[in-house]
Each structure stands twice: as structure tokens, then as C-alpha cells.
Design a protein around this ligand. Structure first.
Ligand SMILES: [Zn+2]
Ligand SMILES: [Zn+2]
Length: 365
């Protein structure tokens, strides 16, 4: 079939909306008609440094939509089901079997290679292959092929309007909220520091508030993001550029129990590490910066833990329904950080996200 897709052709350049050919779903795949998709910084990182994927490619990994076709071997999903698409995992490696699919041994192949596990791709342009299958979805297109493991079925009564908001449960919201709810399993009354109040950090703030954590300290260099953080439940907000930021966080918290770091900036990682209390746990969300100005393992006091968290360390089939319930009860108002764009305006949406004008852009088909 023909699909309309936004293709990345050159690192750092705008995406181009074109018609592509998409193969029929295989027996273990489903065809999903996208109604909306979020944009995540990982899409831009993959556009700019595509390896192990190759350009041209179709990115996008926060899709939500309606199942249009199911392969003969697919169980548990049917035509007409509303789904949130998320990252894929093999289901067979020891990490998947032990309940940690976020650390699946096949994760790079399944989510970053732009191909199926057998290296094939279902997308083509005038007969030339185009990488797709990004997070086994490539949701910057009107239609996507997905697997039962990365398509989370939603209640039948989910309205179209609500379905459009739910794509980021598959990555950005899941990452921030999952850090608090799954990776840390934060206790009520525990202290939380969130370094960087973008969509991942704000999702962590909302989840911490839903758990009754106190204090919740959010940091950013943008005043309007700190205002958002207070709206979403931060008890304290601080300018991340302050020279005495570590002292301020420790004065408020007595040393932080749980910290979420989303910036990847060396001095922020260092400050996040130094403000941990005894028994504190810091979750990094971009590659740990070691060396000058960054985290110094030799200076780490005892009893602290630093982890590199992926996707909130969650099982999406368990966490996404929990997040839906919290949202329905008003405890996780992630829709308030979203800005809607027409799919055709994808480059404007990317520019606005990059400049910080919008926190979480949603493209509507
Ligand atoms: Zn696996
Ligand atoms: Zn993402």
C-alpha cells in the first residue's frame, strides 16, 4: 500500500513528506493507522547520528492509532483495536524473561537499526529500500507495521480525542513517570530531585506528586518550565545555573532519596550525584558524563546508587495501563504539556521543540 511519511534524508536537515510503499504485514505483524504521534529527542538524535540505522529513514516512536490488519499468528489484538505503540523487545532473552524487557539483549537491533530482526525493511521509494521499523513502528507516517509486544491495547471506549494524546505514553511520559513508579518505586514522603524540566522531567514530577513524594525539587534554566513544574506538583523549583545548586537541594531535602537527570550535561550530572543523600538513587537518562566537570566516581560517598535507566525500566503492558488510570483520575496531567500540530507541520514542530517553545509536540494525522 501507499503511505504518506516524513523521511529523514540528510543528518541535521528537515524531514521531507513523500509517498512511500509499505509491504503487507507478515504473519506476526499488525498494520496500524496512526491518528497521532509524539516527537521525542531520540528521533532527532537518530536523524543526526543515524548509525546503526541508515538514511533515508522514517523515524517516530510515540505513535497511537487503530489496528487495520492483523497477521495470522497475532493473538490478543484485532482489527479496530485502539493501541499505543511503544518500544519492542524480543521476549526470549534472559532479561525479557526476567521481567526487564527495557534491557532486552536485542534492543538495539529491534529499536535502532531501522529494520526488522531479520534486517529486512517494509518501506520503499520507487523500489529503493527506506529504513523503517524505528522502535518497530516508524510512526512519522500514516500507517505503521508493529508487533503485538509493542502495541498496547487501550479500552474500547477510548475516544479519538483521547487516543491522540496517548502516544507519548510509549516513550517520553513512560520514561519520566516510570523512573519514579517502577525503577525507584518511590515511597510516599521520600524526597525527589528532577534535573531538567522537559517532557521526561515533568512526567517524573507528576508521578512523584501522585506518589505523595515530598519535597519534589525541579531544576531548569528556563523560568517557564519551572512554572510548569510547580503546576505539576513540584514543591520547590530552582534555577539550574545557580552556583550553589547542590547546597540548595541538600538544604531543602537533607540529601535526595531519588533523582532523575535528563540533561546529560556533565556539570548537572555531577551536581545530581553530589546532592544524593545516604541510600539515594540517581537515574541517568543520557549517557553518563565522566571525566572533567562530570561525575567523579572516586568522590562518590558510600551508599549511593547511580543507574542508567531505559524507558523507566518498565514493562509497558503493566505501566501504560497504570499511567492511563492516573491520567483519568487527574493525577498525571501529561496532556497539559502537549502542543498539537498537523502532521504536515512536522518541521515546525521539531523547530519549536528544539528551541524550547513547546515541551511535547503531537502530530495529528
Ligand atoms: Zn529480549
Ligand atoms: Zn523517545
Amino acid at each position: 500500500m501507499q503511505v504518506t511519511a516524513a523521511v529523514a534524508r540528510v543528518p541535521g536537515s528537515e524531514l521531507e513528506i513523500v509517498e512511500l510503499d509499505l509491504d503487507e504485514p507478515r504473519s506476526d505483524e499488525l498494520l496500524v493507522r496512526l491518528v497521532a504521534t509524539g516527537i521525542c529527542h531520540t528521533d532527532l538524535m537518530a536523524r543526526d547520528s543515524p548509525a546503526p540505522m541508515e538514511l533515508p529513514a522514517v523515524l517516530g516512536h510515540e505513535g497511537s492509532g487503530i489496528v487495520e490488519q492483523v497477521g495470522s499468528a497475532v493473538r490478543g489484538l484485532a482489527v479496530g483495536d485502539k493501541v499505543v505503540l511503544t518500544w519492542d523487545s524480543c521476549g526470549a532473552c534472559r532479561h525479557c524473561l526476567a521481567g526487564s524487557p527495557a534491557y532486552c539483549a536485542e534492543s538495539t537491533l529491534l529499536n535502532r537499526s531501522g529494520r526488522r530482526a531479520d534486517f529486512s525493511t517494509s518501506l520503499s521509494e520507487s523500489g529503493r529500500p527506506v529504513c523503517g521499523h524505528f522502535f518497530q513502528q516508524s510512526s512519522f507516517a500514516t500507517h505503521a507495521l508493529a508487533h503485538p509486544r509493542n502495541a498496547i491495547k487501550l479500552p474500547d471506549d477510548t475516544s479519538l480525542e483521547r487516543l491522540r494524546l496517548l502516544g507519548p505514553l510509549g516513550c517520553g511520559v513512560q520514561t519520566g513517570a516510570g523512573a519514579i513508579l517502577t525503577a525507584f518505586d518511590a515511597r510516599p514522603g521520600s524526597s525527589v530531585a528532577v534535573w531538567g524540566a522537559g517532557s521526561v522531567g515533568l512526567s517524573a514530577v507528576m508521578a512523584a506528586a501522585s506518589r505523595g513524594c515530598d519535597p519534589i525539587v525541579a531544576m531548569d534554566i528556563k523560568a517557564e518550565r519551572l512554572t510548569s513544574a510547580r503546576t505539576f506538583g513540584a514543591t520547590h523549583t530552582l534555577d539550574a545555573d545557580a552556583d550553589d545548586i547542590v547546597d540548595q537541594v541538600v538544604a531543602i531535602s537533607g540529601g535526595v532519596d531519588y533523582a532523575v537527570e535528563t540533561t546529560g550535561i556533565a556539570r548537572v550530572v555531577s551536581a545530581a550525584t553530589r546532592s544524593l543523600g545516604i541510600g539515594g538513587h540517581l537515574g541517568l537518562h543520557s549517557r553518563a558524563r565522566l571525566g572533567p566537570g562530570g561525575m567523579d566516581i572516586a568522590q562518590m560517598p558510600p551508599g549511593r546508587t547511580v543507574s542508567f535507566l531505559i524507558e523507566g525500566q518498565c514493562v509497558p503492558q503493566l505501566l501504560i495501563p497504570e499511567l492511563l488510570g492516573l491520567h483519568q483520575r487527574g493525577s498525571l496531567p501529561f496532556d497539559q504539556m502537549m502542543t498539537m500540530y498537523a502532521f504536515e507541520d512536522i518541521n515546525q514542530a521539531i523547530a519549536d521543540m528544539s528551541s524550547g517553545k513547546t515541551i511535547k509536540p503531537i502530530l495529528v494525522f
